[in-house]
Design a protein around this ligand. Structure first.
Ligand SMILES: [Zn+2]
Length: 412
């Protein structure tokens, strides 16, 4: 396959450095050369050349908390939460395409609603049969009550759950450590698991090379997650000082996903009145996040965009809104918020040495943005501003007419 050479681009490389003019060469599925600086040129060597006319070239975005089984996307609002499996698989497959269409070339799952859908979808995407982000597939979310599907309560059942999910081939297991429902105020304080259960589950998961993720709000549950080496903690709204200290001590291995997108949607888009949003605690949750996340940022804990998209009031496709919210709600600079959605996303997926940067040797997951997202993060939310999406070295979307010709020639 001929090499592809992007010329006349402004490169945001994912490290947080200011964008610089240059060129990027892709051969096979890897970036093989980056020229830095005005007038610096790479050898043409018969490569197909894409003159991007000053657009921003950046790494593909990575969603840290996807739920492809959640049924609603921007172009397909589904009121049914658990469609029959035959429909559900198609809906999840559609949602995977929606994410990729919006520039998300990678995604870490925050939990499935059926055990096997994501594992199958991950494999289909990987084999190139259906479009979607590189996917870290999850088990379904488990409460200690075992109220999901056929798994019951207590230690033996928790063990059986872990082993069954591993046998299915999940990459990550999701435990609901506290709060029975994300937005049921009077249940926030209920801790679902004990230290011993988590110790056993953690050992089974880690021995199998499977990550643990959790849904957790309260200090007691958050501390259990940190203690038992959970890979990513979602929500973390009410972390206290001691919990934040513990998180900081594990900042080289721990990730946090505040899920700000769904909070904003719960507060402002879900209900006709503010009182209803107050009843489910949306503003309390938000106040928690705007206290905790800036503190974690200061301490160097990697917090990632990813906002529980997939509800009718917060559909898939809107995912890049989280990046803007990191800036407006948590005080991240635009560059930091974009690092969190690219470089740190690669690290979250365990691929930090080959995914999430525009750098020689890295996988060619590349976007061309028509404009400068650092000056306007909203550009990342506009599908039509993403002029080109390359995933694993292949052009997936080539929106601008100006690129069509070289693409066609290359395909012949
Ligand atoms: Zn979630």
């Amino acid at each position: 396959m001929a090499a592809t050479l992007f010329t006349n681009v402004s490169i945001f490389d994912g490290t947080g450095s200011q964008p610089f003019p240059g060129e990027v060469k892709v051969e096979g599925n890897r970036i093989t050369a980056v020229a830095r600086g005005q007038g610096q040129q790479l050898a043409r060597d018969g490569a197909r050349v894409i003159d991007a006319q000053g657009m921003t070239l950046m790494p593909g975005m990575i969603e840290s908390h996807s739920h492809l089984c959640f049924t609603s996307s921007e172009d397909r609002i589904e009121r049914e939460w658990m469609p029959v499996p035959e429909r559900h698989q198609f809906i999840a497959t559609h949602n995977a395409k929606v994410l990729l269409d919006h520039g998300f070339t990678g995604a870490y799952s925050g939990g499935a609603t059926r055990p096997a859908i994501e594992v199958a979808l991950r494999d289909e995407i990987k084999a190139g049969y259906v479009p979607g982000p590189r996917l870290i597939a999850s088990s379904f979310e488990r409460n200690a009550s075992g109220e999901r599907l056929e798994f019951g309560p207590q230690m033996e059942e928790a063990k059986r759950f872990a082993q069954d999910m591993i046998d299915l081939g999940v990459d990550s297991m999701k435990m609901v450590l506290d709060g029975r429902g994300a937005t049921v105020v009077d249940k926030w304080h209920i801790i679902n698991y004990g230290d011993q259960e988590l110790e056993v589950i953690s050992k089974i998961a880690h021995d199998a090379g499977v990550w643990l993720s959790c849904h957790s709000y309260q200090p007691e549950a958050l501390k259990l997650a940190v203690k038992h080496d959970f890979h990513i903690i979602y929500h973390a709204n009410f972390a206290d000082e001691e919990t934040i200290d513990m998180m900081e001590a594990k900042k080289d291995t721990l990730f946090v996903g505040p899920c700000i997108g769904v909070l904003m949607a719960d507060a402002y888009d879900r209900f006709p009145t503010r009182e209803q949003a107050e009843q489910i605690g949306a503003f309390q949750m938000m106040a928690g996040q705007t206290r905790v996340i800036p503190e974690l940022r200061k301490r160097g804990v990697r917090c990632l965009p990813g906002g529980d998209y997939g509800f009718p009031h917060n559909p898939h496709g809107r995912n890049a809104r989280d990046i803007e919210l990191f800036h407006t709600q948590f005080g991240y600079s635009p560059a930091e918020a974009m690092v969190a959605a690219t470089k740190w996303g690669g690290e979250l997926m365990g691929m930090g040495d080959e995914l999430g940067l525009i750098k020689e040797g890295y996988l060619a997951d590349i976007l061309l943005i028509d404009g400068n997202p650092l000056a306007n993060l909203k550009l990342l939310q506009e599908k039509d501003k993403i002029a080109l999406i390359m995933q694993d070295g292949k052009v997936y979307k080539d929106l601008a007419e100006r690129f069509a010709e070289p693409m066609r020639i290359a395909a012949e």
